[in-house]
Ligand binder design. Structure first.
Ligand SMILES: Cc1cc2nc3c(=O)[nH]c(=O)nc-3n(C[C@H](O)[C@H](O)[C@H](O)COP(=O)(O)OP(=O)(O)OC[C@H]3O[C@@H](n4cnc5c(N)ncnc54)[C@H](O)[C@@H]3O)c2cc1C
Length: 401
């Protein structure tokens, strides 16, 4: 006779502190709409995308139709959601796959945010509405082969020639670049050969000298498009400069802050998917004649995962309040980015372990999320770079160099 009866219907959801109760009815219905699209349109194709190592650009158009692009931007046909609403969108997407959330982050938090914040009115009016609909695609080219954690060390140059600029250089790891219509490119602006500082440009990707190719052989974030960009003396007119971008790194770092905020929310979606998969599986998988979930060590693991998930959700929940109040600092965002990725990695790894052998199969999501989180831990500032940001804040001493 079975003493234990842990059925799927008994399984609670992963929102132990009822944080979803803080959502407005509009945010709740947006979350449901996106979750349902992820379940019915994206996840049935995820194995195909993973095996191909890329996703179709058409997905971005679908994300635009769902209102998932440029979520925090007000006006210009953008959704204008609250900080919490934008976070919830990222979470719902990353519950499907980190690559899917990355597609939306690159378009919305990086490319659109750069144009919205540092562009002029004519750039905003021309580009943002079609970008919000997913009809025009953007990318954000900051990193280079020899300048990642230290983007200030970039070699790409923009040289004035009459009223035009000539941009030359190589950008690496750039999301969506091979399908983008416009690339936001950060370059050292030069005058008479002297460095004048980093400026942002919106570059039409059909211009002569611009090329982007997919990076092959990625073992992580395979449902995403990650590219190399080559700029071979690309001549761009004066009105491609983002005029509000001051000389220096403040402008790109402002965009990265918004994207990091989205990551801190997004990875909780991946963690929820892993936790719920482990909870469901251990409820039905029997070992030594009893469900795994009936063993103390397994319950200990599940309790640790739920606790980690809840703590990390509380971090982003409060971070949303700070964002709304306009008082958030880059140190607070750095802490949330690396700490929540750490939590998600711990949860994904525990979930994969609890699945045993089947945990390495594509039929389950935990290993896919676990592998993706390696990319998420790396981009938008590695764990150690964010710890250095916090270290500088705590001690007053910068230890980057
Ligand atoms: C899948 C993916 C997508 C990406 N998408 C984009 C994109 O769309 N646009 C874009 O511009 N970039 C993008 N990136 C680039 C990403 O932001 C960089 O990879 C990241 O900043 C790290 O740079 P790096 O790879 O050059 O590593 P490095 O800077 O070479 O770092 C290597 C290691 O050294 C450590 N390290 C570096 N400096 C220090 C220091 N001072 N003290 C202690 N440790 C240090 C790092 O923490 C890391 O562990 C993407 C990257 C990936 C993997």
């Amino acid at each position: 006779m079975k003493v234990y009866n842990v059925s799927m219907t008994d399984i609670p959801d992963s929102d132990l502190y009822r944080l979803d109760d803080l959502l407005t009815p509009q945010e709740k219905s947006l979350k449901e709409r996106i979750s349902s699209w992820v379940g019915s349109h994206f996840l049935p194709q995820v194995d195909l995308y993973w095996n191909q190592g890329t996703v179709p650009g058409e997905l971005l158009r679908e994300l635009g139709g769902l209102g998932a692009l440029g979520t925090s931007i007000h006006g210009y046909g953008c959704p204008g959601l609250s900080a919490r609403g934008s976070g919830v969108v990222m979470q719902a997407l990353e519950r499907g796959d980190s690559g899917l959330r990355t597609l939306a982050s690159v378009q919305g938090s990086l490319a659109m945010k750069a144009i919205y914040t540092f562009g002029d009115e004519s750039q905003r009016e021309a580009l943002l509405p079609p970008m919000a609909r997913g009809e025009l695609l953007g990318c954000f080219g900051l990193t280079e082969p020899s300048a990642g954690s230290n983007p200030g060390g970039m070699d790409t140059t923009a040289v004035r020639d009459g009223s035009d600029w000539i941009i030359s250089g190589v950008k690496k790891w750039i999301g969506n670049a091979d399908i983008a219509d416009h690339a936001v490119i950060w370059a050292q602006s030069l005058k008479h050969g002297d460095p004048r500082g980093i400026r942002g440009f919106v570059v039409d990707t059909t211009l002569p000298g611009f090329s982007a190719t997919l990076i092959k052989n990625k073992y992580s974030l395979r449902c995403g498009r990650t590219c190399m960009i080559e700029l071979d003396s690309v001549r761009v007119p004066a009105d491609c400069l983002l005029p509000g971008s001051e000389v220096g790194l403040r402008a790109p770092l402002t965009c990265l802050n918004l994207a990091r905020y989205g990551i801190a929310w997004g990875v909780m979606g991946a963690a929820q998917a892993c936790f719920e998969e482990a909870l469901a599986y251990t409820g039905v998988r029997e070992s030594f004649d009893r469900p795994l979930a009936s063993y103390q060590m397994v319950q200990g693991s599940l309790a640790d995962m739920a606790t980690e998930l809840t703590k990390a959700q509380l971090v982003v929940s409060h971070l949303a309040n700070l964002m709304e109040a306009g008082s958030v600092t880059s140190e607070q965002i750095s802490m949330a980015k690396f700490a929540n990725v750490d939590s998600a990695q711990m949860i994904a790894r525990s979930a994969r372990e609890l699945l045993g052998g089947v945990g390495i199969l594509g039929d389950h999501c935990s290993l896919r999320h676990m592998i993706n989180l390696e990319s998420v831990a790396t981009y938008e500032g590695t764990r150690d770079i964010h710890r250095l940001v916090l270290g500088r804040y705590l001690t007053g001493v910068q230890a980057f160099r």
